[in-house]
Design a protein around this ligand. Structure first.
Ligand code: GLN
Length: 195
């Protein structure tokens, strides 16, 4: 059976594990390279991208994750996870690095502070007719989508908040908090298709 990992260095790991298990997936929390070697797909949770970056290098997970992305592993990144998947951060601090893979430029904290969090319904035809209920908490915005990536969703003002490239899916918001299962299901479908 395919196994999906949740990168469990920092962030809202538990909510992703719960949603994936609810969808019937076999889930592994990934903190070490030995654990990452056992998974066929990965969720990178929201949290703080600078911390996820530092810890992933410290625990020697960064390069294995980059290699797996290069080999086509399906990955879903939410919020800080989208930042980790972006090739470029416009406002990176302290030599912050990413795993990369998504040919996009992101800006961190694009929607202001925690207290300016908001929820909104988005139309994302690729996920079906029902609107997607989204929760934004200090999320990034995609400022530029390169030729290899595609925008999946935008706010009414045109700002892009979901992108896809091959088996990589990056979103600015938190479906694991609003109980929206379709992004995780899309990841699981891709994992199953490769298995
Ligand atoms: N602002 C955070 C970062 O830069 C992301 C916020 C979140 O994941 N909820 O990593």
């Amino acid at each position: 059976n395919p196994r999906v990992g949740v990168l469990a260095l920092q962030g809202d790991v538990r909510e992703h594990v719960a949603l994936l298990e609810h969808l019937g997936a076999e889930v592994l929390r990934v903190r070490r390279p030995e654990e990452f070697a056992l998974v066929d797909g990965l969720v990178i949770p929201g949290g703080e991208s600078t911390v996820i970056d530092k810890l992933s290098r410290l625990f020697e997970l960064a390069q294995p994750i980059r290699d797996a992305i290069g080999n086509g592993m399906p990955v879903l990144g939410t919020c800080a996870g989208l930042i980790m998947l972006a090739d470029t951060i416009v406002d990176a601090i302290d030599g912050q690095q990413t795993f990369g893979g998504l040919d996009v430029v992101v800006r961190r904290n694009a929607f202001g502070r925690q207290t300016e969090s908001f929820e909104v319904d988005l139309d994302i035809p690729e996920l079906g007719a029902d609107p997607v209920h989204t929760t934004f908490i200090r999320g990034p915005v995609v400022e530029h989508v390169g030729t290899d990536a595609a925008a999946l969703a935008a706010l009414d003002d045109g700002r892009i908040v979901a992108v896809e490239q091959g088996n990589l899916l990056g979103i600015s918001f938190h479906p694991e908090l609003s109980g929206e299962p379709r992004f995780h299901q899309r990841l699981l479908d891709r994992v199953a298709a490769r298995h």
